[in-house]
Every structure is written in C-alpha cells, then in structure tokens.
Design a protein around this ligand. Sequence first.
Ligand code: FES
Ligand SMILES: [Fe+2]
Length: 373
Amino acid sequence: MSSPVGTETNTAGTAGTASTAGAAPAPWYVRNQWYVAAYGAEVGREPFSRTVCGEPVLLWRTEAGAVTAMSDRCVHRRFPLSQKPSRLAGDRLVCGYHGFTYGADGVCVAVPGQRRVPRTARLTPYPVAERDAFVWVWIGDREAADEALIPRAPWLADPGYTTVSGREPLAARYGLLVDNLLDLSHETYLHGGYIGTPEVAETPITTEVDEAAGIVRVSRHMDDAACPPFYAESTGVRGRITRWQDIEYHAPCLYLLHSRIAPAGTPPPAADGSDPDAFHVEVVYAITPETEHSTHDFWAVARDFAPGDRAVTDFLHDNNRTVVLQDVVALDALERAVAAEAGAYQELSINIDTGGLAARRILERMRTAGAGA
Ligand code: FES
Ligand SMILES: [Fe+2]
C-alpha cells in the first residue's frame, strides 16, 4: 500500500537497540533477506570468500556453471576453504589443511585416515540465485528463502542497455550508505563538477513509502537545470536540461535510481511510456553489509544511448567511480565520527531526510522481525 509521506519532520530515527521480549536480541543486520554477494562475472572456478552480514561465504562455480555458496570454514578445524592450498578437484572442494573433501552441496564425502565420514560433516549451504548481473545469497533461515522475493535490476542484463559497474569497499556501516543514496541533495556539495548542480539541492522532493513491500520512493523533478559534466559529456546535450531523479529503494539491499535527462522543454514521456527524445540512465546500487562497520558498495550505471560507444563507456565508468569514491571518503569519515560518539547524540533532520528516515524505520522493523522469524 503506498502512502504519501509528510515532509515535516524533526525527529531522527537513529538505529535502535530494541529487542523482542522473550526472543533472542535482534542482530545488527536484517536477517531473512536476500543480499548481493557478488557479480556473476566474478564467480568462476577459483573459490573465493566474501563476508555478508558477518558470515564468510565461499563462492565458486561448478563445471556445469552453477554458482555454489557455502560457509568458508572447514568443519574440521575451521580452515578457510578460500585459502590455498585448498582447491577444487572437478566439483569437489578439498580443504588445504588436512584434506576433508566436500561436494558442491557442501556435504563432506571424504576425510583422511578413515572410511567413515561423520554424518554431521557438512558445510552450511546458502540459498543462492543469479539474477540480472548479480549473485544473491539468502542470510537467515533456509526454509524461508523464496527467490520470488529477490528485487530486480533488469537493465543490467538487457542488451538494449550498455552498463559499467564496480564494487568499492566501504569502511562504514551500511545504514550510512542508505542515508546517502536516499538524499541526493548531497550531489550539489559532495559531487559538484561531476553530477551535482545547484538545482539538485534547491528542488524539493516527494516521498512515498510502501510499508508492506519495504520500498521507499523519492522523486525530484527539475524542469530547468544546469547539465552536469556527467551527463553533458555522455549525452552530448549542452545547455539547460530537464532532469528527473526517481529513486526506488528495496530494503535492505537494492537501490535503483531512474534518471531521465533531456533538453529543457522536451515533453514528458507519452502515456504508453515511450520517451524517444530523452536519455535514460539506470543507476543501481547493491548495499550489502559486510561487518557491523563495513559495507560492500556495488554500483552500476546502465544507459540506453550511445550503445557500444567505448569513449562514453570509459567516461561513465571513470566518472561514476570517482563519484562513488567521493562518497566512500565522506562515509568513511562519518563512520569514524559516529563510532567515536561517547553516548547518545541528536541529529537534526529536515525535509530532504524524509526518504532516509522512512528507510531507517523499515530497516528497523525488518531487523526486529527477522530476529524473531
Ligand atoms: S581444517 Fe580442513 S581438513 Fe582440517
Ligand atoms: Fe553520492
């Protein structure tokens, strides 16, 4: 159910410590959710580890091409299976410490020095699914994993779009990146000369929250704005533009920014959705908690113009990565400041924070619900 949200607010929804009476305390992350662990292109025949919500997940592809995800700790003495000389032999994973050997389902099939394999010798398997360009893993109770719940970013696998992407380590808690992405007014100040212009901070937003689905939508439509270098160089449009930013945040992990750029005065999209005179950029982030104080920042930019134009592709990759790294530097500094706070602190929130506050509320509800599930 969508409901418009008032833009008057002066309360800060800081991360709470509430726990459900009689239940285990809620963990710091949201359990029973799908998270992006990797790009599909990263996963091959060389097993590697990626920590998701504090859990080390080992990823590799079988000879048939299926992605497997399991605990990166040998059941024997907890040797990381991503660590050499652990290795794959066909579709069997051999621990590099004493040779425990596992199948692609994580079940141990051989141990050294005895024929009997203990019945409980099994790596924890994670439900895993490839969607669009991402590999998603389910963190929580395996029986609750439902692939239909995975939010989609279809542009990343659409031949009609040309995509650049990357992943940056962020030494900051994931909530700080959620805050950052839901309030793009910071583009004017943090990303001036790249994607920021004065109109971004000056133009009011509208916010809608779908509480049941856990989706926050924030829109800012600028009808007569300066064209920042990011779009001027990539589209070739010079002069004033109409610039729409329509955010869709699917808590906890997937963030979509539908960006529409056109020369000022271009009519809006037709009723059937066609919009031939505008340029469309789909900016996608996957926000995956690594530890309580660090985050995997997956970013992608998909465009529907200049397909295959190498110069545009290289420009958008380098420019967007620069922008992402500007956020990384800022959020790393913010994490250090927040982590050093001695006690409770008071934030001051204004209209621009409406989307971020809604996201915090949804994440907090999911976090406490996930603990009891
Ligand atoms: S720790 Fe893996 S076989 Fe001993
Ligand atoms: Fe930013």
